[in-house]
Structures are given as structure tokens and as C-alpha cells.
Design a protein around this ligand. Structure first.
Ligand code: GRF
Length: 199
């Protein structure tokens, strides 16, 4: 199956997916990187892996509808069937959602519904919780609100810092995303059932 990865930043999750595709552990082809930050390191990773990228600046377009129209064209040109958000810092608009509903997933560094939105790691530290974690979920129109596919807990130590928690969570993400995607992409029924249910 052909997938597109959407990223805005360093793209360490994107890299983890590149690696498992190359090693044969994920039965997919990453056909396109979509990135809204021209300076993002994710773009270098795409280049190194010879993956085409579509890079845009939202401000260059009159509205979300306009840039998503362009994204949609790019997705269709590359035959993309499934969208993987990996640190993409924008809400998906109605047009893209309608076209790909049930076929867009996101990874978030907390146990949703706790700590949605930006800086989930900082929010967890500020709340002094003992456990946080990782959530992979289908994407809907809300911010980190779609149906949850899987969650894994990460324990916060007494001495936990932003850096240490970030690192623990990311290590977990880099293992979890490939395995969940392998399940979703190879069990066609799962994708189709979910699509039917969320419509
Ligand atoms: C990850 O922690 C992910 O959960 C969140 O954004 C971060 C992206 O990191 N949505 P990276 O760009 O993959 O390194």
C-alpha cells in the first residue's frame, strides 16, 4: 500500500517508518512526504531516502482549502491510499478528511484524552502525573480527538525531565507506529471496517 507521511519537524517518526520499510518489517511504500515547514529536518530525511516531498508554506495560500486542494492533487498523483501524521502541526481540513476518512492516523505523545494539543510532554510534567504515554488514533475534525486505536503507558520517574520523558516517549513511538501500521495496512478489512464505522 502506498502511504504519505505528513510532518512539520524533525521527523524522527518518519525516519522510523523509512527504516522499517527498508528492512521489510512494514509492508508499505512511502510515496510522499508532505511538509508545511520548508526548514524541517524531515525534508532532509526524505531526500536521503529518495522519497518525493511536497513542501508548502500555508501563508502563501488564501486558505486551508486552497493548500489542501494542492495536497490532494499531490496525493492523487502519487497514488496515496493512506495518510500517516507524524508531528504534523496542523488540523486536517474537511476536504482532505472527506477524501481520506478512516484512512488517516496520528500519533500523539500522551494518553488521550489527557493532554491534547501542543506540548503534551510539558503538560504531563506540569500536571505531575505518574503515567503518561503514547496514543495512536484515527483522525477526525478535532484536535487529537478521533477514535483511539492503541495506547501504551510510560512511567514518569521522580527525577523526570522534559528531555528524559521526551526520549522515553519517542522510543516507544518509534516501535509502536510501525507495528500498528503493519496491522492496519495488511488487514484490509480493519481499514475498511473502520472506514464504514466512522462514516
Ligand atoms: C511526536 O512526539 C509525535 O507524537 C507528535 O509530534 C512528535 C513528532 O516528532 N505528534 P518527530 O518529528 O517524529 O521527531
Amino acid at each position: 500500500r502506498k502511504i504519505a507521511v505528513f510532518a512539520s519537524g524533525s521527523g524522527s517518526n518518519f525516519q522510523a517508518l523509512i527504516d522499517v520499510v527498508q528492512s521489510g518489517q512494514l509492508d508499505a511504500e512511502i510515496s510522499l512526504l508532505v511538509c508545511d515547514q520548508p526548514g524541517a529536518y524531515a525534508i532532509e530525511r526524505a531526500r536521503a531516502a529518495k522519497i518525493p516531498s511536497f513542501v508548502f508554506t500555508a501563508k502563501d495560500y488564501p486558505s486551508k482549502e486552497h493548500y489542501e486542494e494542492e495536497i490532494l492533487t499531490q496525493l492523487q498523483t502519487h497514488g496515496v491510499e493512506f495518510i500517516v501524521l507524524a508531528g504534523y502541526m496542523r488540523l486536517i481540513g474537511s476536504k482532505l478528511l472527506a477524501e481520506f476518512k478512516g484512512r488517516i492516523v496520528n500519533i500523539h505523545p500522551s494518553l488521550l484524552p489527557a493532554f491534547p494539543g501542543k506540548d503534551a510532554v510539558g503538560q504531563a510534567l506540569a500536571a505531575k502525573v505518574k503515567w503518561s504515554g503514547v496514543t495512536i488514533h484515527f483522525v477526525d475534525e478535532g484536535m487529537d480527538t478521533g477514535p483511539i486505536i492503541i495506547q501504551e503507558r510510560v512511567r514518569l520517574d521522580e527525577s523526570e525531565t522534559r528531555e528524559s520523558l521526551q526520549q522515553k516517549i519517542q522510543q516507544r513511538e518509534h516501535k509502536l507506529y510501525p507495528s500498528v501500521l503493519q496491522m492496519l495496512l495488511t488487514q484490509g478489512d480493519v481499514v475498511n471496517d473502520t472506514k464504514a464505522r466512522t462514516h
